[in-house]
Structure formats: C-alpha cells, structure tokens
Design a binder for this molecule. Structure first.
Ligand SMILES: [Zn+2]
Length: 313
C-alpha cells in the first residue's frame, strides 16, 4: 500500500490474469473514515488480503464503490462488505450488467455464440466456456448495492459516467483528481470490446469518454492498473489517436475481400496471444468494425451464420 496523494492510498493486489495486478484505492472521507474504490478479484484468500490491508488503515471503511463489473474490480465486493460492514455502491447500468454477466442468468453459451458468429474457431469456443465458468467462480458481487447515477456525490467526489471499457463504467472526480478505474490507463489501451447484451457501439462510447476527459481536464488520474497518469488529457488524446489509426487499419483490412472480425483481428493483433487475450482482440476488432458499420463506412454481411464485413463501395 502506498500513499499516492493527499488522503489517497493505493492498495495493489496480485492477479492471476492476463494482467498481473489491480489497484484499489482508499479515499479519506470528510468524516475521517475511508471510502474504498474497487475490490480486486474474489480469489480464495481475498479475505486475508483485505484483512491485512484494513489493519494498515487508521480508520474504519465507511463505504465501498465499484467502478465497473469486471472480475478484477467487483470480484471481492461481498468479501470486503462482510469484513467492514460497509455498504457497496455500484452504478445502476453497471449492476444490471453485472447480474447478466455473473448472476444466475449467466450463460457462457451466449458469449460463445457471439464469438462464434464473429468467426472464432469452434475449438476455441470450448476453452471459452470453461474459462468463463472458472472466472465466474471468482466473482462475489453484492446482490443489493446502493445505486449510483452519474452526477451523484460520494462524499466530496462527483460520480462521472465514462463508458466504453464497460457500459456503466463510473469514475470519481474532485478538484482535478480523477479516480479512473479502467477508463484511462497508462501504457496500455483499455480493452473496448463488443459483447452480447451490451451497448451496440462501445468504441463510439469510448471515443466520447476520451473527449470528455480532455474537456474535464483532470490534472492527475489514479487508474485500476499500471502507473498514475500525470497528464490525463494528454493520455486521452494519445488513445484517441490510437483508435483513429486502428479504424484506418480496420478499413484497410477489408480492401481485398469481405472478412470476419476474427480474420481482421489476426491482422490487427498479429502477436501470439493466449486464448483469453485472443478473445479480447476479437471483441475489440468487433467494436472497431461495428463503429464503422454503424456509420455506413463499411457494410455488415451475414452468411452461413458468420458475420463478415465489407467495404461499402
Ligand atoms: Zn481492470
């Protein structure tokens, strides 16, 4: 744990995922108690890890805020709530999606079908189902969080909706300090993927969120992974440029013939990737292709159950 700002403590937990750590934050509330933002993955020893972290804090935890429903952020929410007795606050859009993704109506099949429709080979959809079940066992969200809406206040922090990485992704802003979750990351581009039962244009959402960050112009951003961001508007502009370039490459990939999103993703992400990262690459390529298709820059064609995309001309 590290004091990264005035009344802001960063708590870092190891992750057994594609990324090896996640940062949660403790924010000093007006009462002197702490607000915790994000909870880490609900691994077997999440309780012990949090117990150690809580012992190092000099005051009780007053509330817990979840930025978004991904396993490394919401996973240990109920564990932490039980340890502290604090209420969990989660966005209403995000909580609805959290229940669809991890609740009793969860269906790895739906995700597998979505990926298959976009060209993922059949042998890889089996691995997807298994990994998705394994991941779900590490998610312990609370069933009845206090709802959060954009514009609400958490102590002195304003709740800001910055969708794209997740539909209901929330951040906290106060006097130029952004608690960013995964809406903005240093060194890596937050995954922006098209998923079933989610908003249809995640990249459009994300580009708007990046423009919003430029406009809000926070002076520092504390993110869910990697280093603190000293120039958030500058980083947002870099990511805007990155996605504009990616959109050009996506258009160019369709020059010769219609292609599935999976095919396109192999060209856009040529490095060797394990199955989970390959699926992130596919979901991200889908987001770029759909962004273009929704603006009639390219066309979406469905044949033999697999969606392909073609140049509009
Ligand atoms: Zn994350």
């Amino acid at each position: 744990m590290k004091e990264v700002g005035d009344g802001i403590i960063r708590l870092t937990f190891a992750l057994p995922l594609g990324i090896d750590h996640v940062h949660c934050y403790a924010l000093r509330a007006a009462s002197g108690a702490w607000t915790i933002v994000d909870t880490g993955l609900g691994v077997d020893d999440a309780g012990e890890r949090w117990q150690t972290a809580l012992q190092a804090l000099d005051a009780p935890v007053e509330r817990i805020v979840v930025t978004h429903f991904h396993p490394d952020h919401v996973g240990a929410a109920s564990v932490l709530a039980n340890l502290t007795g604090a209420s969990v606050y989660q966005g209403t859009i995000d909580f609805a999606q959290c229940e669809r993704a991890w609740g009793s109506g969860r269906s790895a099949e739906r995700l597998a079908e979505h990926m298959r429709k976009h060209g993922l080979p059949a042998e890889e959809t089996d691995a997807l189902r298994m990994e998705s079940d394994a991941l779900a066992s590490l998610v312990h969200y609370v069933p009845n969080p206090e709802p959060l809406e954009p514009g609400d206040r958490i102590d002195r922090w304003e709740v800001i909706h910055l969708p794209g990485h997740a539909d209901g992704h929330l951040c906290l802003l106060h006097e130029g300090i952004l608690i960013a979750g995964d809406a903005l990351l240093a060194g890596i581009s937050p995954n922006v993927g098209l998923y079933p039962e989610a908003r249809p244009d995640p990249l459009g959402d994300y580009l708007d969120s990046l423009a919003r960050i430029v406009e809000l112009a926070p002076r520092i951003a504390y993110a869910g992974h990697r280093e603190t961001i000293d120039d958030p508007p500058g980083r947002a502009r870099e990511l805007l440029a990155h996605h504009r370039e990616r959109l050009e490459q996506t258009r160019a990939a369709l020059r010769r013939a219609p292609r599935s999103a999976y095919d396109v993703s192999l060209g856009l992400f040529p490095e060797p990737l394990g199955p989970p990262l390959r699926r992130f690459a596919l979901a991200e390529s889908c987001a770029h292709l759909e962004y273009l298709a929704l603006r009639n820059d390219i066309s979406r064609l469905a044949a033999d159950g697999v969606v392909t995309y073609a140049n509009a001309l």
